[in-house]
Design a protein around this ligand. Sequence first.
Ligand SMILES: Cc1ncc(COP(=O)(O)O)c(C=O)c1O
Length: 265
Amino acid sequence: MPVTTALQTLTADEVLARLRALRTRQPVKFSAFYSSQLDGIVTDPALMVVPFDDHMVHRGHGIFDTAAIEAGKIYDLEAHLDRFVRSARNSKLKLPAREEMRDIIVRTTAASGRRDGSIRYWASAGPGSLGLTPVDNGVFIDEAGNVGESSNMNVAFVGADGMLKHPKFDHILSGCTSLRLLELAASLQTRNLITGVQVCDIPVAEARAAREMMLIGSSIKVAPVVEWDQRPIGAGKPGPVARALRELLEADMRSARERLIDVPY
Ligand SMILES: Cc1ncc(COP(=O)(O)O)c(C=O)c1O
């Protein structure tokens, strides 16, 4: 399919001009903005930006709080900071020292020149890769005790009977990779690697007793899970079905012409 829209690669000056034009079209009334990444305050709203690799931007991993500015004073900031510190703890976010945060909030308020209004402050998990913040990967279990999915991947199992089982998609993400693999997996039955494919409820006890467990998604493709909550899955090593599914997917990614888009480099 041909690319029809001309997309420019912008210079730094052009970016600045466009950010200013954007703020003309979408005016805001923000008076001052401090960024720990820039280690400074800006007052031009066009410059009040956060790098896109910040986890608050692309994963929503961040917290915020707002305090009121009344007649040139910040009202009840200590109570707000207490709550901010609690929120950070609950969200597993590291904060600078309280005195430093208070000082930045006070000085940013001063730089704004605003004597009435409010000041909002955020804490983010910070910049880095575009992946999740490196914490353990969980598996969601629904109220009925059935396996759902992992935090950013789907999950599938091979039961003791050789059945490839995937949770139903009613309340998990319809992963494109899982949906495609469920189609491709039929060929594993003819190779006697599995006895069939089922999309069904999978009680957690059954899942823990699986012969194989795997995570599935566009970035990871198919990754065998060999241990869950310190207990081995099956033989405690990558199994043949996960390997075969990964090979099927890799072959499909190279050969399924109707799914491949040419890139006009
Ligand atoms: C919650 C969740 N489940 C499953 C997936 C896998 O989806 P896909 O195979 O389309 O990458 C993702 C991908 O980001 C996800 O965020």
